[in-house]
Design a protein around this ligand. Sequence first.
Ligand code: SF4
Length: 447
Amino acid sequence: MKKKVYLVQPSYRKMDRSVVKGSSMIINCTLNVPMLLPTIPDDWEIDICLESFNPIDFSNDASVVFLSTTSSDMVHAYHIAEKFKKQNKKIFFGGHSDSLSVEVMKRICDGIYFGNPDKNLMKTMLNDALNDNIKQEYHCGINIDFPFDYSVFKGQKIDHLIVVSGVGCVYNCDYCQHTVQYNKIHKQRKIDCVIADLKSIKEFAPVAAFRDSNFYNESNYVHQLCNRIIREKLNMKWGAQCPIGIGKEPQLLKKMYRAGCRMLFIGYESLNQENLKSVRKPNRVDKYKEYTKNIQDAGIYVVGYFFFGFDYDTKDSFTEVYEFVRDTKLSLPIINIYTPVPGTRLYSRLVKEKRVKLPTAQHFVESDPIYSIPCSRCHFEPLNATKRELEDGFLELYQKFTTPREILSRSKGANLQESLLLLKMNLNLRFERRKIEKAQKMRELVC
Ligand code: SF4
């Protein structure tokens, strides 16, 4: 058996079933290949494919294939694995491990790995492949204290690249996949490694996006990281996902701005405290406006995430969110109808209450769902609104958010470059709206 691995990062399909190519602000670019590359033993040859940029070579002579997927289109990864299987390749799947993905992918792949393999574990996995003794599961733990290999992006036109400063989250929200994966455990990465990655990213892309599920797990760590970025004069712009609680630290926010932070993605999720309590989200609605203003006063744009469909939502929730986004001058609202994710506690509760059906992996592969973000469909029985009210209210809100006047009012940046970025992000929202309207029309025709 040839000692050669093929690291493949599949892209995902649009609603028209074409595969998303190229890089833009919306590309769902994962770091699986840059994380795996440094762990491959020297005596193995390596080929790489990022499907966003190059077609997959199914006749590649590697004996072992590593696949990852985006959560939104695991069936696409499944079809890719099927083709490799026909070529008698040994296939490992990992880097994304919600229970439905694992359930789907273990039907076709030889081994599933959870977490990130280090050099030793990678050697074991490859030896197992050589000896035709691949285990069903490899539990690798969190190995992130080494610089990732970003050279895979060389020569590509990319407007931002992902960086990681830590994994896991101190919180424990019922609807979150990370709580299943890490159960409140979080690990911050060595700052030297983050700085090394930022320096690599600078060669290929002007902007870095921290992919941590919670960049603000440890305030002290964020202080130290920013101090280091400032000291090293990296002079890069970046953004990160944080809970709204970061808004209580104006000094830290100012430091983050000095270190290049220009955008924070904040999970407000709901404006109803009872909703938040029901899913164990530790946000305080009464602090939302004050904390948002503190972030904006530091010079950082705020993108806000909102869900609809939690138990205390009614059809009036849409108007409340519209007014909140307008009053707080958020730069971009990202709204979704809550989609129950198998494996999460909220999903289990809804199943127990007979409000959602459990799709089997078989059913999932056969129905071949494709990329559908934003989630504009309601896949469970809401409590205080009907499914139809949620879907109609959602579309109506999307339409209100994407009028030319709204888009322009949210696209005012501190300079031309930042205004153009905000405009691009907001125009994308309008593009998504067309997709939702089209899908809704199709449904009405079919019904
Ligand atoms: S704060 Fe965000 S990342 Fe953390 S558990 Fe809640 S939803 Fe998940």
